[in-house]
Design a protein around this ligand. Structure first.
Ligand SMILES: Nc1ncnc2c1ncn2[C@@H]1O[C@H](COP(=O)(O)OP(=O)(O)OP(=O)(O)O)[C@@H](O)[C@H]1O
Length: 572
């Protein structure tokens, strides 16, 4: 075997990883993985002093919290950093579709994690999009981003002084989580948009960070980002290669890029033994065709990259083989959620248009009940042939009133350079949209039929308004929406009922569905129009949400029974 054979001959305990990598790929990738952090630290002269920048006030606060936190589940740092690396690779792969020259400096899109146990150092390298100098300042000195911003908001909202510890785990604090375990963090990064590689360096308990150019030729990377974490004294255990391997397996099952970890390996071989044979053995050897030397089996140790995660995306797997726990985990990791979803649906459509999707109904409404019309939800992640395209196309794939549905959609029929304009014009997208909507309704119907009535009550409380909006905006789907609606009524003031329940409860000669619009159950109850109907034991729906009446007027009828406003009609 040619591969790495020279490495096995010698003591390769600290072998140069790049040597193997280059051999393996048969191409020269510069010295991207050349120096382990430990080596460079010991041998190179002190790095040039960088330019100093102050953190934005929120970042300082966040850093303070993280550095001094008593949060015990520190290992989440790895999940956060791998997720950043994966995002950076996604961005590169996406941009590379239209600008292939971005990909030319390094072919493999992967994440490599190396540990130096003796010195307590972990390096995480991705060959993703990297950062320019300005991006370093914008991204790692200010807070603009989702998860971290969510964290700060939750922190503000929480009055409980000990809450920050739980919040770190729930929301994730992105890049800054590296300071849960590190005294010092060095980010060396090369964007394909810049000719220079830059180094960001920050320390726990400091209010500023520095940025300088990378001048050490040993540390140059063709493209991407390398994070070097100098672990705190008590956290040096994270530099144990087996521990890292375990954590990667645990946290990265849904990362669709290969993650390699640097592992010690062994193989057995036979070696000759030079011991003096006994007299008896000598005779025996002489008897046989003499000179057959003795051998023994020894284990040779060497270090090599080992693929540590499975890279098949969840939606490509057979739904029969995916457990509810896996769907829930995928949801939480993909959408930065900490609550389990209320329901999920995994399906494939074939034939005219082929795509795969996993959809979810969240447990709570993120925008608050009154803010339906927020088109920038980033709830649907669109992939084309497994390449992440964008999470900005919710509006093209789902009607506005279903914007609370989250999920991934992967199509084989769309072009990789798909844009909003293409989506809007595409016949394929129209078909996809129809099917997605149908599946979303099936999923909601599933919740409504759950044995546990509370599930749907919870759904209705969070997303009822959205469905009512659907009555107004989506005539075509009235048949699907109407059975999902819920109202209080003159005979059910505490628990909401469905239209089906109403219809079942109708008197044999009752033709219409009666309703009264009011601002509360109490005032609806006291309306004078109601008396006569109650006398006759006829049930009346109470429409107590301002949107209810418009929704019902749009439906006009349910199961061929007209909605009739008891305050307006001349009732017999
Ligand atoms: N490995 C990386 N390669 C390129 N850019 C990165 C990398 N890590 C972080 N960044 C940049 O820094 C920004 C801030 O990262 P951070 O982890 O704090 O937040 P985020 O990833 O945007 O949000 P969240 O982690 O909550 O999803 C990212 O949005 C990205 O632009």
């Amino acid at each position: 075997m040619v591969l790495g054979s020279n490495l096995r001959e010698t003591d390769t305990k600290k072998a140069d990883p790049s040597a193997q990598l280059n051999l393996k790929n048969g191409l020269f990738l510069g010295n991207r993985y050349e120096s382990t952090a430990a080596q460079s630290d010991a041998s190179s002269p002190p790095p040039p002093v960088g330019e100093k920048y102050e953190y934005q006030a929120e970042v300082s606060r966040l850093m303070d919290l993280i550095v001094n936190s008593l949060y015990s589940n520190k290992e989440v740092f790895l999940r956060e950093l791998i997720s950043n690396a994966s995002d950076a690779l996604d961005k590169l792969r996406f941009l590379g579709v239209t600008e292939p020259e971005l990909l030319k400096d390094a072919v493999d899109l992967d994440i490599r994690i190396q540990t130096d146990k003796d010195n307590g150092i972990v390096t995480i390298t991705d060959s993703g999009i990297g950062m320019t100098r300005q991006e370093l300042i914008d991204c790692l000195g200010t807070i603009a981003q989702s998860g971290t911003a969510k964290f700060l908001k939750a922190l503000k909202d929480s009055k409980d002084a000990g809450a920050d510890n739980n919040l770190i785990g729930q929301f994730g604090v992105g890049f800054y989580s590296s300071f849960l375990v590190s005294d010092r963090v060095v980010v060396s990064t090369k964007s394909p948009k810049s000719d220079t590689q830059y180094v960001w360096e920050g320390e726990a308990n400091a209010s500023s960070y520095t940025i300088r150019e990378e001048t050490d030729p040993e540390k140059l990377i063709p493209r991407g980002t390398r994070l070097t974490l100098y672990l705190k004294h008590d956290d040096k255990g994270f530099a144990n290669p087996e521990r890292i391997q375990k954590l990667v397996k645990n946290y990265s099952q849904f990362v669709s890029f290969p993650i390699y970890t640097w592992q010690e390996k062994g193989y057995t071989k036979e070696v000759e033994v030079d011991e003096e044979p006994t007299e008896a053995q000598k005779d025996e050897q002489d008897d046989k065709t003499n000179k057959k030397k003795k051998t023994k089996t020894v284990v040779e140790r060497y270090w090599d990259w080992e693929l540590t995660n499975e890279t098949q995306p969840l939606w490509l797997r057979n739904p029969k083989e995916v457990s509810t726990e896996e769907y829930n985990e995928f949801y939480k990791k993909t959408f930065n959620e900490y609550l389990e979803p209320l329901a999920s649906s995994h399906f494939t459509t074939e034939g005219e248009v082929e795509f795969r999707s996993v959809l979810y109904v969240p447990a709570v409404s993120p925008t608050g009940k009154d803010d339906i019309v927020n088109p920038k939800t980033k709830n649907i992640r669109l992939y084309v042939k497994r390449v992440f395209i964008s999470d900005d196309f919710d509006g093209e794939l789902f009607p506005r009133y279903l914007s609370f549905v989250k999920g991934v959609v992967d199509s084989n029929d769309l072009p990789l350079n798909v844009s909003r304009e293409i989506l809007q014009e595409s016949r394929i997208v129209r078909i996809m949209r129809k099917r997605l909507v149908r599946k979303a309704f099936d999923m909601i119907l599933g919740i409504s039929m759950s044995e546990n009535r509370e599930d749907y009550e919870k759904f209705w409380e969070n997303f009822g308004k959205y469905l009512k909006l659907g009555c107004i905006e989506d005539r075509e789907n009235h048949k699907r929406i109407a059975p999902l609606l819920r109202f209080f009524s003159s005979q059910s003031e505490e628990e909401m009922i469905s239209l089906d329940e109403y219809v079942e409860n109708m008197k044999p000669d009752q033709k219409d569905i009666y309703y009264i619009a009011s601002d509360s159950v109490t005032s609806a109850k006291n309306t004078p129009f109601l008396e006569k109907l109650i006398e006759k034991d006829l049930e009346v729906l109470f429409l107590v949400d301002p949107i209810d009446e418009v929704a019902v007027q749009n439906l006009k009828s349910y199961k061929e029974k007209n909605f009739v406003d008891i305050s307006k009609e001349d009732l017999d």
